[in-house]
Design a protein around this ligand. Sequence first.
Ligand code: COA
Length: 711
Amino acid sequence: MSSHGTHDSKLRVLDAVLRPRSIALIGASNTPGKLGFKLLKNMLADGYTGKIYPINPNDAEIQGLKVYKSVLDVPDEIDAAVIVVPAKLCTQVAEECGKKGVKGLIVITSGFSEIGRKDLEDELVRVARRYGTRVLGPNIVGIMSNSDKLNASFAPFLPYPGKPSLVSQSGALIVAMDAATYLRRVGFDKMISIGNMADLDIADCIEWLDADPNTTCISLYIEGLRNGRRFVDAARRARTPIVAIKAGVSAHGAAAAASHTGSLAGAAKVYEAAFNQAGIVQATDLNGLFDRSLALSLQPPMRGDNLFILTNGGGVGVLATDAAERLGLPLHFAPADLQAELRKHMPEYGSAKNPADLTGMAGKDWYYDCVKAILTHDWVDGLVILYCETSLTVPMDIAQALHKAIQDSGATDKPVAIAFVGGEQSSEALHWLMEKGIPAYEVPDKAVDALAALREHARIRSLVTEILPFPGGRSSDLARETIAAARAGGRGALTEIEAKEVFAAYGLPVARTVLAKSEEAAVRAAGEIGFPVVMKIVSPDILHKSDAGGVKVGIKDAEAAQEAFRTILSNAKAYKADAAIHGVAVQEMAPFGTEVIIGSVDDPSFGPTVMFGLGGIFVEVLKDVTFRVAPVSSTQAERMLTEIQAAPILAGARGEAPRDKDALVQLIMNYSRMILDLESEVAESDANPVFVYEKGKGLKVVDARIILKKT
Ligand code: COA
């Protein structure tokens, strides 16, 4: 209850910033060409009904409004202050706003952290925080809202009206997309520029937009997140569909990574994983962001995989079929009764299968009857309607018939997207359809992509509900003791034995391993563990044990154990004379199984992140791995197992028994909890290899590595 209350009061504060009832414009100017002039003009242009107070120390009147020398002189309450004075004046202005009780600052001014002046930015936020004032920006274009008739930005006009709302880290992109909305007639209700995100960030905007009745899809342009996990949480809780594009997915600190996992992680894969866990649909380019926003803002999610395609042209039908397969929605033939019904409304030379081809002879009546039959059939989960402009038909007639059929079908829970391929008349018909709430595109692939986005939305939303318990307690204490001992010895990495102790503390099944410091101890340990055993050098200075001749496998008896102890030590000394040697690990020789690797990195945006893949060439050469931000739920862990290309091997390829999936899911979940719990300590880690046995027989972690964070 109380967290709900906090949530509501936080949203009310955001209301004051993002839907202000009164605004002070600080730096309002009478000089055309100045931002303070343009901003006021824009704020007055669209019929905003709130109060506007221009602030300027030197003027009495600007654009017909009375000017105040300071916000402190304004007699009424002020929700938000839009700031367009130079950076060096912003702190003082924030101070006055704080004293006045202004709830939010919309700081358009540049010249802060983006040019290395983080000090100025920190100072601004510090002052604002002292008064409980929230800050949007700095370094932003401003905010725009069609439903509030407010353009508090220096973008030239409000965007074409629409139901999605856009949040963007790039200001220039907002200005460009604003104009593009008119060309595309794909609009937005709100456009929010968040710039440097010194205080309010994307997570705040998601929470606020989710509660906004005028926003039916949240569209995000993301360059980089600081608090990735808060972002994932906010998105996970949102009921409004979210579509995001992540810019800058190339090299991401991967080069400096010390472990396998580190070298395989990259912004693209980690963001993809986080979007998945957050229930966010991804767009890969700007067109995709527009097109997918349109679909998600207008149509219900697609709840099953049965996509139907109706067309009057074979060619576009084939293109759409190809696109469907490419986008993970392969077509299936329609059930016989639906085919029989459709055949009543097409010529003999048509096709009723799927795609259903009404042929170039198709008029509005055939389209109408077929659309109604398709949407009312239980088997169908979503529909793409294609039309090629012909000399026999008028595009607008077809559009109207389609709209009527969709309405008359009463199927409000099944998504529909349309593509008309043709000229100006088709284009007009498409705009008309969009006005009616049907996503409509000029090529078949886009209509299919619209449904793919709606399907993806339904799929990922069904996976984001679980909440996981946090570990801690005894596991934590044991692990921290081991880590503290290593740190006390001045080491930045754990030995294999120590890493296995940590893994075991979190319930990971590690191969039994004992540290032996003498030949006698090695023989004793081997006897206790049971022959055959494996023996390995334990040295913080030798990470690649095999290269150093520091590993012996298949040791069958006491004599061989003695011999191995000696050889391993002399090899190690020959490899690195000054290596500190802790002893030799005597280890249970786990039966050979399917090799997998699980590991972790500390992602700069999302924190502890788990990697999973098959070992050997799959990871070394093919980089066939998948990621999730910790903690990983069981359904997400299951999804990881199916995501890698080598998934069929786990499922039991070429007549082999399927591997123990439950044990793998448990491994991924426990691993993710471990790295989350040890977030402050562990930089990178891996269990490589892990041997996985057939169903019911579990798995064994054979080798373990933990690299500590620098203190
Ligand atoms: N309170 C109110 N107004 C004040 C003031 C104060 N304490 N101190 C100064 N002003 C007035 C100035 O007198 C001036 O008005 P005038 O034209 O009547 O003289 C006005 O505020 C603006 O100040 P000025 O010094 O003329 O600055 P500017 O207009 O040249 O530049 C910015 C100010 C904010 C536009 C500029 O610093 C900037 O950051 N530009 C980049 C903006 C941007 O691109 N943002 C985001 C991109 S994504």
